[in-house]
Design a protein around this ligand. Structure first.
Ligand SMILES: [Zn+2]
Length: 254
């Protein structure tokens, strides 16, 4: 047991992962999602965009791509054992931390009542291995999600039409941020690593690497090795944690 609380603790037992594109969660936190499922948590994904821009293939339309990617995300969710996958359907590439997006996420929080919510880092990092290359949709998804958690999902007077739709306020207990430069929560995903690789490989339309290369990339990111293959270098998430494979987060408690 890595977590210091169980699914039966009051307010826990359900988790929600909010992210921008089909496949984001598989790169960042599917091992953790899978681990929570294995420990009897209900885990739901909320995908903000329709994934309609992620291709270099000029023979495929945005509409066709979106359909393919939704199915790939559903397939990945089945491998992990998710309770549900929600698609908010915002156009890929144009996501903004708008009030509409905040409200849509707040609605899902009120509906599904997660104790833990996992979302992307809401800022552009100019340091480290990614060097400012953060996708604007990821940043927008992170910001809108944090604003939905506090205060929109919690306060009944915010977005009063949600109350009229029947969605009572809900206070999320914790948010775990993916991609924070100084993570303080390391989840041991060693038992779930193979499942997380399989879930990522379900996103066939997004793979420019073969299966072995994808696996190797995840081993580098989530294993123990220190890498010096960028200007800054980076450590695998499990480095120094006494784990074979890990995913890391910044843990915020509310
Ligand atoms: Zn993405």
């Amino acid at each position: 047991m890595t977590l210091d609380f169980g699914p039966n603790e009051e307010g826990y037992g359900k988790a929600m992962v909010v992210f921008a594109h089909p496949d984001d969660a598989e790169w960042g936190c599917s091992g953790t999602a899978s681990k929570l499922v294995s420990e009897n948590w209900d885990v739901t994904y909320v995908v903000c965009t329709d994934g309609s821009k992620g291709t270099a293939n000029r023979d495929i339309s945005s509409k066709q791509l979106s359909k393919i990617r939704q199915q790939e995300q559903i397939n990945a969710g089945k491998i992990i054992g998710l309770t549900d996958v929600i698609f908010l359907g915002y156009p890929d590439g144009y996501l903004e931390p708008s009030l509409n997006l905040r409200k849509d996420i707040a609605r899902e929080i009120r509906k599904h009542k997660p104790g833990i919510l996992i979302c992307p880092y809401p800022m552009r990092s100019l340091d480290g291995p990614y060097q400012g290359s953060g996708h604007p949709d990821h940043i927008a998804a992170g910001e809108a999600t944090l604003s939905a958690v506090f205060p929109s999902a919690r306060d009944h007077l915010t977005f009063p039409d949600l109350l009229q739709e029947g969605f009572e306020p809900w206070a999320v207990k914790e948010v775990w941020i993916v991609g924070h430069p100084n993570p303080d929560l390391f989840i041991d995903i060693s038992s779930e690593f193979e499942k997380s690789v399989s879930a990522l490989l379900a996103h066939k339309s997004q793979m420019s690497m073969n299966d072995d290369e994808v696996r190797q990339r995840l081993i580098e990111w989530k294993g123990k090795t220190i890498h010096n293959n960028s200007n800054f270098g980076f450590k695998g998430r499990a480095h120094g944690q006494g784990m074979k494979y890990a995913e890391s987060f910044k843990r915020l408690k509310y």
